[in-house]
Design a protein around this ligand. Sequence first.
Ligand code: NDP
Length: 450
Amino acid sequence: MIQVVEPATAEVMAELPRAGVEETDAAVARAKAAFPAWRAVSPGDRAGRLRDLADALDSRREDLARTEARNAGKPIGDARAEMEMVVDTFRYYAGAPERLLGDTIPVAGGVDMTFREPLGVVGLIVPWNFPLVIASWKLAPALAAGNTVVLKPAELTPLTAVEFEKIAVAAGIPDGAVNVVPGPGSVCGQRLVEHPDVAKVAFTGSTEVGRRIAESAAGTIKRVTLELGGKSANVVFADADLEEAAAAAPLAVFGNAGQDCCARSRILVERSALDRFMERLEETVEGLKVGDPLDESSEMGPLISEDQRSTVSAYVDGEAPVAIRGSAPEGPGFWFPPTVLCPVGNDDRAAREEIFGPVAVVIPFRDEEEALRLANDTIYGLSGSIWTRDGAKAMRAARAMETGVISINSNTSVRVTTPFGGFKQSGVGRELGPHALDHYTEVKNVFVAT
Ligand code: NDP
């Protein structure tokens, strides 16, 4: 059995059967059997069923949010926002079946046209930090394009995924089109990656596991999309609205207790503005409310597990230049206070590795050239921000930064309607927006001699 632990109390909140290779194979077989009928559902009907699923999820938003808040240790307000995004994601991709357009291409001797065909059975492997919302970014476009799916949630947070399967079936998605296998990544995840009947794997998680998945997928030339780690830069120029930049910086890294691949965990600040920025940052960090995820006023919860807490603690040893430390509850649960290290060099371990906890580093820079060099000096390239009142500088920097998602005078990363994904070792492919559908379809070219 999987014992599902509530990170705020360290107590078991549920138990469920652990899937293994046999269950994964059975799920793939069900998905394979369901594929011909699901792809044959007319576009309008498939769209209607996805809209019905969105409505069913909408009616369950509050209880799904409460389960996610408890299981992932995230503030209830954040969990509600995630469930709203789950619903919006299904509504958005419900528009896709009737809009999967092809091209006609001028050729000699006939007519040439393209079709966007579904791939077949798609394996979805998701992490514990945003369990159902990240799953929805994969489920919705995969199903809209006519694929059937096997979803492997993280063992730490399987509850909303298991609930999702029931909601989908009740809403009219045919039996076998959606299958959930809660089990270990090294067993069920690995099996999905190697299974000859799985056409594609869409994965979100660590760069290390992503690399292993890419290697294993080569065996069957499986399509793979990977959304991996990050070490995103939040670049604050001296001519920015410093008040606003400093007020926004803490939640851009401490949101979800820093367990966010988009966390702006390297805060690059122009040296001439460093003191003013740090003063304001201190006020905001010390004012952050860290506490019970179900308390409406909490802004940050605990870490996901004791293992995660010990990994994060290793970056804040006796030598670390702790400049600001917020508060965290005492007692049971995997709590860690929001912490800012300053000054930090871009070559220091805390600036190079994805900590995945509430630890930010502040790195001073001299000028625009140095800011961009430091921002790009990382193996990652997922997200980032630029704060300045100089519009031309903002656009120069946005084009120069080697990252998939960038915000100017904002720290937002993800919208249902816009593409999300990484440069460099932050991943391959894009989720969300119109681009995600390219990764769940194959282009077929048909020529008719006339
Ligand atoms: P993992 O990459 O190990 O886990 C992500 C998912 O992949 C989980 O469902 C996991 O299953 C599964 N998985 C693990 N091993 C394999 C495998 N060999 N084949 C197929 N699937 C597999 O991340 P962790 O949960 O261990 O977190 C470790 C670090 O990864 C974090 O500290 C953070 O740095 C980074 N991370 C980044 C995320 C992001 O959003 N980019 C998300 C999560 C983590 P299971 O856990 O059930 O065994």
